[in-house]
Design a protein around this ligand. Structure first.
Ligand SMILES: [Zn+2]
Length: 387
């Protein structure tokens, strides 16, 4: 069998012969072979009309952007939403989701990670009480259709030209970032239009959306109109950093604050937790290998834990009231300015507790840390000028 040059994978669009194999004379794609499973039938019919219910009022900015999204969709325009962490970007999608359901159009909401899918699904079920909100993620994929489909990016391969509107949140997050297979799934799943949402758009993305039939909208204000906390940097050798880690955790716990301590590796999440647990009770650690992540997060929410040592898994998505954040070894290569901004955005996300601290512990201040601080300052300045 000779490999022909004209085979293009119908699922991910790969045409590179390096990744094309043959079985029983039939070509297959090695790039996306792990993504196989039931695809959507398209038989589901939306029957209930939608009306969203939330217990608070949207800000003027959120209202303005909500209708902008509807207008863009009606004109067939794709939108990039550039929204600062905590500005309430999920809320600005409620109107367009309602519009789609009421017009019997298929709408999906995709995020990179499973735990965020679960949290969002619960939120949407509360908001759209009369509607069938379903979620799809690894290990949870029996039902593929509903009035609103919330799913991980990995599950998009089940849909082909399906969504009249697909909303993709946190596009800069692992594992979507720079992943061409997932990107191909994303475009393949869309029938009409899409909305991308990010706190940290890259220059390439902005360029892409400066083209015709595309629009960029910006949401700077956090919903309570407080600026993002600017990280405080503590520098020193590792002995000093460990000493300061104890000091800072002690200080924050004494003021009855809950803390996320971010660490760069799974190994460190265990080590640093063991170290901290010598001094402080009621903590735990969390990383991508923890099976019971959801249980741990729940316990943290109910304040059974005072602190969590975590890898990047909690970098986004999880919202905790009055949270304080310490980044241990913020100069580690795994952190870039985007992820450091995301982490800083964990803090002060609730209206009742907008203030909070972000502390970077590092051996030195590197470029990414500086860039993160510069961008936070720039965003705060824009916020000031708005009001
Ligand atoms: Zn493929």
């Amino acid at each position: 069998m000779t490999i022909t040059n004209d085979y293009i994978c119908p699922i991910c669009g790969n045409a590179d012969t390096k990744y094309i194999g043959f079985k029983n004379g039939k070509p297959y794609c090695r790039k996306c072979i792990m993504f196989r499973g039931q695809e959507v039938s398209g038989e589901y019919i939306i029957s209930n009309s939608a009306e969203y219910q939330i217990s608070y009022e949207l800000s003027d900015d959120q209202k303005r952007l909500s209708s902008q999204l509807v207008q863009n969709f009606m004109k067939g325009v794709d939108t990039l939403v550039h929204a600062v962490c905590g500005s309430g970007k999920t809320e600005i999608c409620l109107e367009i989701i309602t519009y789609c359901i009421n017009n019997k159009l298929r709408v999906g909401f995709s995020v990179p990670r499973k735990d965020v899918v679960i949290e969002l699904t619960n939120r949407f079920k509360e908001i759209f009480k009369n509607n069938n909100v379903i979620s799809i993620y690894g290990g949870h994929n029996n039902i593929l259709e509903g009035d609103l489909v919330v799913l991980t990016a990995h599950q998009l391969y089940r849909f082909n030209k399906y969504f009249d509107l697909l909303i993709m949140d946190e596009i800069d997050a692992f594992p979507y970032k720079d992943n061409e297979v997932l990107e191909a799934f994303f475009y393949r799943s869309i029938k009409k239009n899409y909305i991308l949402m990010t706190a940290t758009p890259t220059p390439d993305l902005i360029k892409l959306f400066k083209k015709p039939q595309r629009d960029i909208v910006e949401l700077y204000s956090r919903f309570h109109r407080h600026p993002l906390p600017v990280p405080k940097i503590i520098k020193g050798n590792w002995l000093y950093l460990n000493y300061k880690l104890i000091k800072e955790v002690d200080r924050l716990l004494k003021s009855f604050k809950q803390i996320f301590v971010f660490v760069p590796t799974i190994d460190l999440s265990i080590k640093i937790y063991k170290f901290l647990s010598l001094f402080f009770k009621n903590g735990n650690f969390i990383n991508s290998q923890c099976e019971d992540r959801e249980k741990i997060i729940k316990r943290f929410h109910t304040k059974k834990y005072r602190y969590l040592v975590t890898t990047a898994v909690l970098e986004r998505g999880v919202t905790v009231k009055d949270l304080q954040v310490i980044v241990y070894r913020s100069d580690h290569v795994i952190y870039d300015s985007y992820s450091l901004i995301q982490i800083a955005g964990r803090v002060g996300r609730k209206k009742e507790a907008p203030e909070g601290e972000v502390i970077f512990l590092a051996r030195r201040k590197n470029q990414e840390m500086q860039r993160a601080i510069d961008e936070i300052n720039a965003a705060n300045k824009k916020l000031q000028n708005l009001f």
